[in-house]
Design a protein around this ligand. Sequence first.
Ligand SMILES: [Zn+2]
Length: 118
Amino acid sequence: MEPEVDIPYASSAKPTLQNPYQGSPISSFSGAMSVGGKTTSHSTQGGSSLPTSSTKYSSMDLISSGQIKQRRYFDESGKAKQDIDYFHSGEALHNFPHIHYWNWSNLIPRSGAYPAQF
Ligand SMILES: [Zn+2]
């Protein structure tokens, strides 16, 4: 994984997320994404990383050692749109959870790490 840059928000904009282990699926895709909830089309998988495309308007969890490491949301085209990282190694200065936003018109589509909170 490439080094990540922390990007500060204004504190008023810092998203508050649900505990990823709790909560029912949320029928609104954007609503689920904004609070870190599961969509109604949710799956989990292991391995080292999640795919960058999947079912449109779905969410997927990356499970590592039995814990949710990352939750990814896939947009109307099935492309990665947002990641929530709950933990990962090698980045001592990171705060968790944090969010990465995907913009597929950028040369490097995945943004730096935007802090969030529970
Ligand atoms: Zn990250």
